[in-house]
Design a protein around this ligand. Structure first.
Ligand SMILES: Cc1cc2nc3c(=O)[nH]c(=O)nc-3n(C[C@H](O)[C@H](O)[C@H](O)COP(=O)(O)OP(=O)(O)OC[C@H]3O[C@@H](n4cnc5c(N)ncnc54)[C@H](O)[C@@H]3O)c2cc1C
Length: 293
């Protein structure tokens, strides 16, 4: 593939439409959870005399993209890496398979699932991490935990398995683990978590029943992979708020990697996401044309 757009909200669809109109071979991957679907009434979007619901606007965008014969893949994107063959650009790992693309636009919206476990903020950077690819190496031959219960948590645990001694996947009270792992050192623990403990650095996790597991690292992988998780894994620059840094073309610090919409922060509105998507789609299209010359 030439271009993968991750996200089918206003930013992703707008990016895909502009790329397609720029004669780029583009595919959209999404897991079907746009913020727009939660907006009951939209009165401030251009061109609608009467109130339109967010889901109507969302469906209209998808229909428009499908009308332009833009292919869609349904699945969670787990991570983005550089492809083994540099000519292929990026490798996008998803629950629907792995795909390569010369350029990628991240348009995943804001990540709304946050950890509310006590101690998370205190130990950020001193044991608590949001990226196994970035920080896994610091926990070589130690015991670590992954907080989450889904394909994203599973992928993070599998990444840590060959590095760490033991990887505990903590579902925090969810008795129905959806993780499947053959690796012997991955252990699923479904007890409810009380807090994280330690003096200045993380020393372990304490459960509601008073039991503890000593830990060197605690990786948060709740919900699905967010934009910053994906960008960080590739080494893209983030700002002090943790949002992806972009230039005027919505290009990140990495060639071929773009980001648009709510996932880059700023004004979280559909009109802004559409505009940023357009910029990213046009810029990615131009980048691919230059590569293909
Ligand atoms: C309750 C509410 C009311 C709102 N009201 C208004 C309003 O009146 N006017 C207005 O302009 N804006 C409104 N907004 C904001 C607007 O919905 C957002 O600004 C807009 O949807 C952002 O578009 P986006 O494409 O950046 O992200 P989103 O619309 O959130 O789309 C994100 C896309 O990324 C996909 N995705 C995310 N993670 C992954 C992953 N790991 N793998 C695969 N796919 C993934 C999702 O499936 C989705 O397709 C409202 C938002 C909410 C929540």
């Amino acid at each position: 593939m030439d271009l993968i757009v991750i996200g089918a909200g206003p930013a992703g669809i707008s990016a895909a439409i502009y790329a397609k109109r720029g004669k780029t071979n583009v595919t959209v991957i999404s897991n079907g959870e746009s913020a727009l679907q939660k907006a009951k009434e939209i009165d401030n979007y251009y061109g609608f005399e009467n109130t339109i619901s967010g889901s109507e606007l969302y469906e209209a965008g998808i229909k428009q993209a499908k009308h332009l014969e833009i292919p869609f893949i349904e699945g969670d994107v787990l991570n983005i890496n550089y492809a083994d063959n540099p000519d292929d650009g990026f490798s996008v790992k998803t629950t629907a398979g792995d795909f390569t693309a010369k350029a990628v636009i991240i348009a995943t919206g804001t990540k709304r699932v946050k950890s509310s476990i006590k101690g998370t903020t205190k130990f950020e950077g001193s044991g608590v991490s949001y990226c196994a690819t970035c920080d896994g190496f610091f926990h070589k031959d130690t015991d670590v935990a992954v907080l989450g219960n889904g394909s994203f948590a599973e992928a993070e645990a599998k990444h840590l398995s060959p590095i760490a001694s033991n990887v505990y996947v903590l579902t925090n009270g969810d008795e129905n683990p959806s993780i499947s792992a053959d690796e012997k050192n991955i252990k699923i623990v479904s007890q409810k978590i009380d807090d994280l403990y330690g003096e200045n650095t993380l020393e372990g996790v304490k459960f509601a029943d008073g039991s503890t597991i000593p830990l060197h690292g605690f990786f948060i992988a709740l919900g699905t992979a967010g934009a910053s998780d994906m960008a960080k894994q590739l080494g893209a620059e983030l700002n002090e708020k943790g949002d992806i840094t972009i230039d005027n073309d919505c290009k990140t610090s990495i060639d071929g990697l773009y980001a648009a919409g709510d996932c880059i922060g700023g004004i979280l509105q559909a009109s802004v996401a559409v505009g940023e998507g357009a910029r990213a789609g046009m810029a990615a299209s131009k980048y691919i044309r230059q590569l293909n010359k």
